[in-house]
Ligand binder design. Sequence first.
Ligand code: PHE
Length: 454
Amino acid sequence: MVGIQKDSGTAARGQWGSRLGFIFAAAGSAVGLGNIWKFPYATAEGGGGWFVLIYIACIAVVGLPVMMSEIIIGREAQRSPVPAFEGLSGGKTMWSLVGWMGVVAGFMILSYYSIVAGWVLDYIKEAVTGGLSDLTSAGSEAMFGDLFQNFGRNVLWHALFMAATVGIVLGGVQKGIERGATIMMPALFVMLIGLMIYATTLDGFGAGMEFVFEPKGDKLEPGSVLKALGQAFFSLSLGMGALITYGSYLSKKDDIVFASAAITGMDLFVALMAAMIMFPIVFSAGLPPAGDAGLAFITMPVAFATIPGGTILAVVFFVLLLFAALTSAISLLEVVVATIIDKFGWTRKRTTLVVGAIIFAVGVPSGKSDLMIGSKSFFGWMEMISSNILLPLGGMAIALFVGWVMPQSKVYENFNAGRERAFAYRGWLFLVRFVVPVAILLVFLHAVGIIPND
Ligand code: PHE
């Protein structure tokens, strides 16, 4: 094949040790700050049950088909996004740009993601040392404000979080990424289920559930569908090649349809659980439900200070958030690292250290909350460009690539994995060829403001 001669080949590449290891790693990528920090407040903001329903529809119609597409590309090529697109398109450089776009997106997302994960570290420290124990609403707001504005502290935590991410990725596919996910993901589920059981015992459980699931039509806007689709994309780690990269370490025998359904199911499960845990706790503490980014970092700490057993719950909650963030950050870093290794043949050690240091440096300005560029902070721009523009564009390109460019016999082979799925295949192909590109085009136009919010 043209265009892939420069790669180091598959011989030296990593492979997952087991099918479950792959599923944990990919679910680890998907389950992140998007599920626990963003999804609950997006639900509060977007009309409760309506938002949840639309979100589930977006996952089924767009998210799941794109996830299968990404894993198919990666598994077929056994290479990271850039050489995968080059190889499978017969060396067309235009397609390799889609791979590079994903690398840039991964780079940008990780740079600000690590700042938010740094706040999580700060809150773990506060929770453990009792700093959250008698917080009032005003006190909590002030506390978060102090952290948010403290450039030095942000950079310090950011450095620590990046060091942890680099440390795991240095270990490689099996001994780093897979091992990390195989420890952190089960622990995450145990903590999540523990918190869920606790939430059902609270007085505010009914009120919380009602808040999450009652369809509130007045909050439903035309933009809600598009918002839900954007959230589904970010939450499932789609559009930048994270799952192409993880799929490239998958053996030819594994069933992609089953794995994608499992990963998507876990991602949805965690998002719903997070909302079903957080709002009952907030209502039990007699607080108003925040519909913004302050829910996890301002409202939850006050709620923990109010309810019985709150100190331990706060530690569990923020450690859960840390594990979710870390397994996602690993996948963001791995996309960039795998690309450099595949394209330039550097060692994993050198690549991970150099890339980690550069992403750290690029993230530093995101820790300076008063650094404004026009109407937005540096952080805001990084978030906007990467998740509102690069991810939807990448996702659309991925669907078009699998639907129209990749040899159909290969796509069919990967979809079936030796099973009889002609009917499901046709349905899926229809989605990736037509429905997904159009739906994503709408999200994109919305994100850049061509279709207004309301
Ligand atoms: N899915 C992760 C989350 O929900 C974020 C992410 C996006 C990770 C894109 C990898 C790629 O937090």
